[in-house]
Design a protein around this ligand. Structure first.
Ligand SMILES: Cc1cc2nc3c(=O)[nH]c(=O)nc-3n(C[C@H](O)[C@H](O)[C@H](O)COP(=O)(O)O)c2cc1C
Length: 327
């Protein structure tokens, strides 16, 4: 495969997983990515709201790769306040989450729940743009209930100087199930005056190539579950020679992440909870995912966790491309 140059690869935000600790450790061990996103922030009511979460946005980049903080809100004032605080911290872009599908969020017209209301989105963008000191991108879905929603939204987005639009090519009500809807993404792509980023179900280099053939005009791609399951995915997509000993790389990566979380949480057992969440994806790239994950899932103390990881890494085979299991 020819190395893929000119293609930009972003790491998707995952609440509770793609934390600052993860971003720092991932980019230390793997190359091939161009942009990082924080998971969504919300509840930004005043100058102090961000303080308790400041650790998540301490770094504007990790190993030279820029971070874009994300906000989930339907309140122009809150988005502006968040934008101003991020600007003061040195960021040059924020991202507006219009994709979160969870009913608890969507019912309140937030995340993908706002997609059926283009007038409200227009109102919010009209209020924020004149006062926003940094760039704004959006991350959305094709709609909440129907693909038609994106066709009404793109003309709205075209009226504002967004830096890019990331589309997870599903509907909000699909959650993470069912297939991505490439036809609807294509329609949105053709309507859009903005740079478009494709997101959804890129799990293997072959899968990436298939999406690339379908959307030759796209050169920005966001990888989520596929990258969590197989951290080599961006390098493989770019044709960077795979490591001869992938398990050694994985070992260093997971150990580094584990000790970084222990440090971040002052040796609190929360470090194990986060690692379990992370292993629920990584285990998919082994030959026996359930066996790898079950032992780790059952651990309740550091010793048990370490034993489970040692066992997994010495008894099971790394196959990669674990994201395929989501298909
Ligand atoms: C557990 C979980 C947490 C997520 N958290 C966020 C989030 O905070 N912000 C966001 O924009 N998307 C979030 N997403 C969606 C992903 O960023 C991504 O859009 C989705 O997984 C589709 O991409 P993929 O098929 O490559 O995984 C989350 C998804 C999952 C499964």
């Amino acid at each position: 495969m020819e190395p893929q140059t000119g293609q930009r690869i972003y790491i998707a935000p995952f609440q509770g997983i793609t934390t600052a600790v993860f971003r720092e450790v991932y980019t230390r061990h793997f190359s091939g990515t161009d942009k990082l996103f924080t998971a969504f922030f919300n509840g930004i009511h005043n100058e102090k709201s961000l303080r308790s979460k400041q650790r998540e946005i301490e770094k504007t980049c990790h190993h030279g790769i820029p971070v874009v903080p994300q906000i989930l809100s339907k309140d122009a004032g809150e988005i502006l306040l968040f934008g101003k605080q991020c600007y003061d911290l040195g960021f040059n872009e924020i991202n507006w989450n219009l994709g979160c599908p969870f009913p608890r969020v969507a019912r309140k017209k937030r995340g993908s729940g706002l997609l059926p209301y283009p007038e409200e989105i227009t109102e919010i963008l009209t209020k924020i743009f004149p006062a926003l000191p940094l760039k704004l991108s959006v991350k959305c879905r094709l709609g909440y209930n129907s693909n038609d929603e994106i066709l009404k939204l793109i003309p709205v987005f075209n009226r504002f100087p967004l830096s890019e639009i990331i589309v997870h090519a599903r509907l909000g009500r699909q959650m993470y199930k069912g297939s991505v809807q490439t036809g609807a993404f294509r329609e949105a792509l053709h309507l859009s005056a903005h740079k478009m980023v494709y997101n959804g179900d890129i799990f293997t280099p072959e899968g990436f190539q298939a999406f690339q053939q379908q959307f030759p005009e796209v050169n920005r791609w966001m990888l989520g579950r596929g990258l969590l399951a197989d951290p080599f995915l961006p390098e493989l997509i770019r044709g960077i020679s795979p490591s001869a000993q992938p398990l050694l790389v994985i070992r260093k990566y997971v150990d580094d992440l584990y000790f970084a979380y222990r440090k971040a949480f002052n040796d609190n057992l929360r470090a194990i909870s986060v690692m379990k969440e992370f292993w629920s994806y990584l285990s998919l790239s082994f030959d026996r995912p359930e066996r790898v994950f079950n032992k780790i899932k059952k651990s309740t103390a550091f010793d048990g966790y370490e034993d489970a990881v040692n066992f997994a890494l010495s008894h099971y085979v790394w196959q990669g491309k674990g994201g395929e299991k989501f298909l």
